[in-house]
Write a protein that binds this ligand. Structure first.
Ligand code: FES
Ligand code: FES
Length: 161
């Protein structure tokens, strides 16, 4: 790949196709925020350590700060702006509200996308499993208890799509 010129890249984000000319070193996080202007996905550490930038790519949760935009050519990406079904919030979003699972809200988009991806993975059996599998998403406000309560409610409600 020529690192000095742009590369034609198509991303389907929240159901909409974007044809982009991307420099090969630009992260998916910066593509989403700077090129597509979807700023719901947050930049925390920009180094793969906080989870604030989590999005869902082809059904799997990924850290968009550690992913190059060009690597996702042809992929379907869901960001926090795309998880609701029109006016109907996603069950994880509803549970976060019910359980006061946020304070400043900065980590919340990443927490919700990560929770949706984690539930789809179907690996978590217990609350401890959920805590472990969500441990890559940090909350500086200490809302962790509410976050895990919210995810457990959705999990016990049988959500695994
Ligand atoms: Fe990506 Fe922190 S911004 S992990
Ligand atoms: Fe503030 Fe999590 S709600 S960082």
């Amino acid at each position: 790949m020529d690192t000095k010129k742009t590369h034609s890249t198509t991303l389907k984000v929240n159901g909409e196709a974007y044809n982009l000319q991307l420099m090969p070193w630009v992260s998916l996080l910066d593509v989403l925020r700077e090129e597509i202007h979807l700023t719901g996905t947050k930049k925390g550490c920009d180094h793969g350590q906080c989870g604030a930038c989590t999005v869902i790519a082809d059904g799997k949760r990924i850290l968009s700060c550690l992913t190059l935009g060009v690597m996702k050519d042809g992929s379907e990406i869901t960001t926090i702006e795309g998880v609701a079904d029109g006016e109907n919030l996603h069950p994880v979003q509803r549970a976060f509200i019910e359980h006061d699972a946020f304070q400043c809200g900065y980590c919340t988009p990443g927490q919700i996308c990560s929770a949706i991806g984690m539930l789809k993975e179907g690996k978590a059996k217990t609350r401890e499993d959920v805590q472990e599998l969500m441990s890559g998403n940090l909350c500086r406000c200490g809302a962790n208890r509410g976050i895990i309560d919210a995810i457990m409610e959705v999990k016990e409600g049988g959500y695994h799509e």
